[in-house]
Every structure is written in structure tokens, then in C-alpha cells.
Design a protein around this ligand. Structure first.
Ligand SMILES: Nc1ncnc2c1ncn2[C@@H]1O[C@H](COP(=O)(O)OP(=O)(O)OP(=O)(O)O)[C@@H](O)[C@H]1O
Length: 507
């Protein structure tokens, strides 16, 4: 298939608001792919190539892109081959070969294909919620039930592989896709409620658990082999040896656990989240010891537990990893739920997660079976630009320009970002150094005081609320914004939307 077909399909998808029309366009494309084109094409559509990040930054891309070709001649497999080459050339001293390969490809690409190339290389997803639509499109093109495709996608964490099975295999093969120890599944996510008692009204009898302020981990153990994954399924096994050791000692041969890890200070209290996260990112902060807290178990010794109610999973978790189970209580009493919530805050944690005790584990879903309650307002926003600091911060990039997602294009281009405020508060010296380096790496352009960056960095911001403002295009500005942490476990497509922030005006 010509790469141009992917470009025109994405244009058609962006041009319509109708979900049905989007599904139609994507299903049409999927139906025409050869088997070996399916996984690459799906990767291009969602901006996540199957080769992963091949290490070409914004500067590399813009240096390579010149005069576009007039006629489309490149194929889906041509781009897949290029990505394979770039990934293979990843080592030292290969920069020249990489830019030559990239320049050669870009010279053969039309303007639309160059654009797609940049998006695929930078992992930038302007298409936002395309993954959900694509699941429906795969179901349509393969003539399989939507829930079967969704389940396979959530359990494999791999949309490309799911599309291949759906489009080239039998219905039974698709339904046989199950949990596999060692292969991460998309984590179950939580909705939000203003209080623990309000959450309990939705869930009914629930496990009310501390919401620990750490980083999500999913741990797979098969015999002596243990692997640890982040919220977005990156393998961080080698960064967390103490977690590996603990899981290796648990009384089970095979197990999949879901939980949160955080670093402890000498008294066993939680340390700031940034210290936990720096263990995930850089190799720095080795002295902090990580401690895992598990809140779910998806598999134990040959038994899949996903479809079992939480009551059963909690029982198994207690048996296998009781010492490391997250603090919490099962209750249907609002008073008790509020008490657990107060205890969590007193212990320096973020709040609670209230979980319906009869609910299965819905991988990849943000439903109402899990509801989080956090008294501090925090939102995930995207860094659009950063201003140089002054005084003690001279020479450092300091004041962040913050953007909310605008998937519908209510205040600009659909899938773009709307600026809602700035902040330089809450940044540690280490973060200032880090962001000064990182933002120049993903720089797009600069003016004397400001560096503009590719909108790919997610930062969690605490605010006191929002106020009406004519200064910013979304009509609102953040009040008392301060940085809580960088979320390198989230992508820009998962950031909060301008609609969510505007809804605070009404509260
Ligand atoms: N007891 C718990 N049960 C479930 N999740 C927990 C628990 N304690 C801490 N967490 C963390 O809270 C998150 C639940 O919120 P949500 O599903 O919305 O994920 P999120 O988008 O990462 O949210 P947040 O930014 O609030 O952590 C989990 O991803 C996990 O990292």
C-alpha cells in the first residue's frame, strides 16, 4: 500500500467529527492492507511505530526535511524499513548515517508524508483518542465483535499485534488471546469523585484504599524471572532490583501483580514522588530504596484472576503478598470510608481509591468501578514553551507555558493545545537543570526570552482553581499553579482537556 493512503485516511479522520465516519475511513484502510503491512500501518496511525522510539529528535527531523516530492511513490513498507534502519543505527558514531537515511527518505516524500514521518518519529499524537476508534475499525474490517478486539488489545497492550490476529486469524484465535505472564497488560484506571462517601454511592460496598503518591508498577514473575513495567508498559526491571528481589521471594511460582512503588525515608515514611520518579528515569538517586505496595493480582500459578471479583483477588493478594498489600479497608459505610481517607492524608498520601468489591479487573478501562478521591486539585498539562530565568535562575529555563488538550478544536486546531497559564513554582534545582537540557533538545524555535518546544512533555500541576481570563485563548487562567512532578509515564494525548479545566469555573 502507498504511504499516501495512510496520509489521506488520517486527513479524512481529522476532518470529521462523526465517530462513525472515522471508523468507516479507518476500516476501509485496514481492509486493504497486506498481512505484513498491518502492524506497521497501525503503528503509523496511532503515532507509535512498532520499532518504538528510534531516537530521532525534533532537530534531527527538521534538519532532514527539505523540498517535498510532487508525486507519492513511497509505500507503508518503505517507512517501516526506514524505521528499522534507524533503530539498528542507534549506536555511537552513527549520527551521520542516520541523518543521511532520513534525508534520503524525506526527499522522496510528499508534504503530507513528511508530516506523517515527523509525527511517527516524534511520537506526537495529534489524533488524540484514535486508539478507541481504531479498535472499532479493526472489529469492522475483520468482522469480529468489538469487545473481543478490545479485550485482546488490552491484554496484549499491542494494537498492531491485535489487528494482525483479528484480520488474519480466526474468531477463536482472537478469543484465545489471554493473559500471558511476562507480557504487560494495559492497567485499569480510575474515575474521579469529590469525596470518599460520594465515591461509595457509585460503587456500593468497596475496598477503600490509600492512594499512594508513587509510581505505578506491574510486576510479572515466572519462576525466577521477574519483569517490572511502568504505567505505559515500559520495561524498567533493571532500575528496580529491590522490587525484583521482593517479588522473587513471594510464595508463588507465576504471578502478575499491580501496584505502586515509592521510596521511603529512614523512618519508613514516603519520600517526595520526584525521588521515586528519578529512579525510573535517570540512573540517579540510587541511594533511595524503593518499596512496592500491591493493590491487585491478575494471575497466580496458572489461574487468571481478571474476571474474578475484587473480593476474590484481594483474598489471593493477601495470601501471596499480604506483607506488601496497600493499606485499606472493605466497607459500605460512608463514615468508615471518610476515616480511611483522613488516615491516608495524615500519612502524607494523595487520597484514596474506592473500588467496587464485586468488580472484575477491566484492563485499559477508566470506568466507575475504581474511583479516586484527591483533595488537592492536580491536572496533567503539556509544556508548550519555557522562559529563561533571571537572578538565581539565570541561564536556566524556568517559567513553563502550560497547555491543556483541545481534542475537538474548540479554541484552535483540533488535537492541539490551548495555553492556560505559566508557572515557575515548585521546581527543584535538579528539575531546573533537567528541563533546561531537555527543552533545548525538543526545541522547535526560540525568541530572545523563550524556547518553544514540541508539545510532548506532560507535567502534573497543582492549582487552587481557575479564573476567567481574556489573556489566554481558552478564556481561563490557572490560579496559583505549581509543579508537582513531570509525568514521563504519560503521553501528551493523555493530558487533561480544556473542557475539564473550564468545568472548574462552574464549581
Ligand atoms: N490503591 C491504589 N489503587 C489504584 N491505583 C493507585 C492506588 N494507589 C495509588 N494509585 C495510583 O493512582 C492511579 C489511579 O488513578 P488513575 O487511574 O486515574 O491513573 P493516573 O491517570 O495515573 O492518575 P493520577 O495522575 O491521579 O495518578 C494509578 O495509576 C496508580 O498509579
Amino acid at each position: 500500500m502507498l504511504l499516501d493512503t495512510v496520509v489521506t485516511t488520517l486527513d479524512a479522520v481529522a476532518a470529521t467529527r462523526s465517530r462513525l465516519a472515522k471508523v468507516d475511513a479507518l476500516a476501509g484502510l485496514l481492509g486493504e492492507l497486506q498481512p505484513d503491512e498491518i502492524a506497521p500501518a497501525v503503528g503509523f496511525l496511532v503515532g507509535k511505530p512498532r520499532q518504538g522510539r528510534v531516537g530521532v529528535g525534533w532537530r534531527g527531523v527538521s534538519a532532514a526535511i527539505g523540498e517535498p516530492a510532487a508525486e507519492p511513490t513511497l509505500t507503508v513498507l518503505d517507512l517501516d524499513t526506514l524505521l528499522g534502519e534507524l533503530a539498528a543505527l542507534g549506536g555511537e558514531g552513527s549520527a551521520r548515517d542516520r541523518s543521511a537515511a532520513l534525508r534520503d527518505f524525506a526527499a522522496r516524500a510528499t508534504a503530507g508524508e513528511q508530516d506523517l514521518l515527523a509525527r511517527v518519529l516524534l511520537g506526537e499524537m495529534r489524533t488524540g483518542a484514535l486508539e478507541g476508534v481504531l479498535i472499532d475499525a479493526i472489529a469492522r474490517a475483520a468482522d469480529r465483535p468489538g469487545p473481543s478486539v478490545r479485550r485482546a488489545a488490552m491484554l496484549t497492550g499491542d494494537l498492531g499485534a491485535t489487528a494482525v490476529i483479528a484480520l488474519t486469524g480466526t474468531a477463536d484465535e482472537l478469543d484465545a488471546v489471554g493473559l500471558e505472564v511476562g507480557r504487560p497488560v494495559l492497567p485499569m484506571l480510575a474515575a474521579t469523585a469529590p469525596s470518599a462517601s460520594a465515591a461509595l454511592e457509585t460503587t456500593g460496598p468497596a475496598s477503600v484504599e490509600f492512594k499512594l503518591d508513587g509510581a505505578r508498577i506491574q510486576v510479572h514473575r515466572s519462576g525466577d524471572s521477574v519483569r517490572v513495567f511502568t504505567r505505559n508498559l515500559a520495561d524498567i526491571t533493571h532500575r528496580v532490583p529491590e522490587v525484583v528481589e521482593i517479588v522473587r521471594r513471594l510464595p508463588a511460582r507465576d504471578v502478575i501483580l499491580d501496584g505502586e512503588t515509592l521510596s521511603l525515608d529512614e523512618d519508613g515514611g514516603p519520600r517526595p514522588f520526584q525521588e521515586t520518579m528519578s529512579r525510573f528515569g535517570a540512573e540517579a538517586a540510587r541511594e533511595a530504596v524503593l518499596h512496592p505496595w500491591f493493590f491487585d493480582i491478575l494471575h497466580v500459578d496458572g489461574r487468571d484472576l481478571l474476571d474474578e471479583p475484587l473480593s476474590v483477588r484481594r483474598h489471593e493478594l493477601e495470601r501471596v503478598a499480604g506483607e506488601y498489600r496497600i493499606p485499606g479497608e472493605v466497607t459500605d459505610d460512608p463514615e468508615t470510608a471518610e476515616r480511611v481517607s483522613r488516615e491516608a492524608l495524615a500519612a502524607g498520601q494523595e487520597g484514596v481509591v474506592v473500588k467496587a468489591i464485586d468488580s472484575p479487573y477491566a484492563a485499559g478501562r477508566r470506568g466507575s468501578s475504581w474511583i479516586k478521591v484527591k483533595p488537592v486539585l492536580t491536572y496533567d498539562l503539556v509544556v508548550l514553551a519555557c522562559e529563561w530565568g533571571s537572578g538565581r535562575r539565570r541561564g536556566l529555563l524556568s517559567n513553563l507555558h502550560l497547555g491543556a488538550r483541545d481534542p475537538e478544536g474548540a479554541f484552535g486546531e483540533p488535537g492541539g493545545f490551548v495555553m492556560v497559564g505559566k508557572t515557575f513554582k515548585g521546581l527543584t534545582d535538579e528539575l531546573l537543570r533537567w528541563q533546561t537540557e531537555e527543552f533545548q533538545r525538543i526545541e522547535v524555535r526560540r525568541t530572545p526570552g523563550t524556547v518553544w518546544v514540541a508539545p510532548t512533555t506532560v507535567v502534573e500541576i497543582a492549582i487552587d482553581g481557575v479564573q476567567r481570563s481574556s489573556r489566554y485563548p481558552g478564556g481561563i487562567a490557572l490560579r496559583f499553579a505549581r509543579v508537582k512532578r513531570y509525568r514521563d509515564d504519560k503521553e501528551a494525548g493523555e493530558a487533561d482537556t480544556i473542557a475539564t479545566l473550564r468545568s472548574l469555573l462552574r464549581e
